[in-house]
Design a protein around this ligand. Structure first.
Ligand code: ATP
Ligand code: SKM
Length: 281
């Protein structure tokens, strides 16, 4: 009983830590999960290339799917990722989605995409790796495109498909979302509400840039990578709780942003948005 699945990472339009409403878009970088089920009843986990990684989240995902669709099986889950953990690129949401779908695949079971996504969100809450549940990140990864969600009620407010080039800058440091200073984020709630209006209006680029300046200030990240990408890109933001930055727009503008970011310490790359979301196999 082996199942495999993959789910894309994501970038931020609106960080939900201020008001509970957030928005994110899927990017073409995957987390893959392989789940092997057995009769031991015990679940173990492994992250490829990172023997010290905390595997509680993905093990919780396997247990929750087995509890709903299985018959007491145990097993092993292994993830492989094209994005770093704690970079701001939603690796935990992608890992949860991929693990849920891989476990369903191993059980030869099925469930609607949004319900599968919510199962991963509940697992993330149980594992303590999220502040709001991050349904914004999880829904963008599971469904593809740009989503806007209310994470206080796990409601999908909007989903649209976009086609942007994307530049990513990942500084060398790491920032776990669960460690973010939520009370400082709550101070920028009035700005977050403006970002929400822009996002629900489809003005994603402007929304991202306003979000980026507000959350760099709240969380103490440098605004220089944002200024370096402007005014040519359609939008640029700190992604999630940092430390990564994402810029979106036309190819030439996004390439120019990436070239400027290459002078900084860390890693940069170019990718695109994804509209198809997570998939089995
Ligand atoms: N690729 C992965 N495989 C397995 N578990 C993962 C993976 N990525 C994240 N996790 C789990 O989620 C926890 C939180 O990770 P992380 O801070 O990266 O999540 P995040 O909130 O999505 O942040 P970011 O957006 O910065 O990636 C990790 O400690 C780990 O337990
Ligand atoms: O842990 C969380 O609840 C979140 C973390 C970040 O990715 C945010 O961008 C997201 O909106 C919510």
């Amino acid at each position: 009983m082996v199942g495999t699945a993959r789910a894309p990472a994501a970038g931020t339009v609106l960080n939900a830590l201020a008001t509970g409403t957030g928005s994110a878009f899927a990017i073409d970088e995957d987390v893959r999960a392989t789940v092997e089920l057995d009769r031991t009843g015990e679940v173990t986990g492994e992250v490829a290339g990172d023997p010290d990684a905390d595997t509680t989240l993905v093990e919780t995902c396997v247990r929750r799917v087995v509890a709903e669709h299985g018959d007491g099986e145990g097993g092993h889950v292994r993830t492989e990722s094209e994005v770093p953990m704690a970079g701001g690129l939603k690796s935990s949401s992608a890992a949860a989605n991929a693990t849920v779908l891989a476990t369903l695949d191993a059980l030869d079971a099925d469930m609607p995409r949004e319900a599968a996504c919510l199962l991963g969100v509940e697992a993330a809450r149980e594992a303590g790796v999220t502040v709001t549940g991050a349904f914004d990140d999880a829904s963008a990864s599971m469904l593809g495109g740009v989503t806007v969600t209310d994470n206080t009620t796990d409601t999908l407010l909007d989903r649209r498909e976009v086609a942007w080039d994307v530049a990513v800058y990942v500084p060398d440091e790491r920032a776990y979302s669960a460690d973010a200073d939520v009370s400082r984020c709550e101070r920028v709630a009035p700005t977050a509400r403006v970002v929400e209006e822009l996002a629900l209006d489809g003005r994603y680029g402007e929304a991202m840039t306003v979000n980026g300046f507000a959350f760099c200030a709240a969380l103490g990240f440098d605004t220089e990578p944002m200024v370096a990408a402007l005014p040519d890109v359609a939008g640029v933001s700190l992604s999630g709780t940092g430390p990564s930055y994402v810029a979106v727009g036309e190819t030439d503008a996004v390439r120019a942003a990436r070239d400027r970011w290459s002078d900084y310490e860390g890693t940069t790359w170019l990718t695109t948005t994804r509209t198809d979301g997570a998939r089995t196999g």
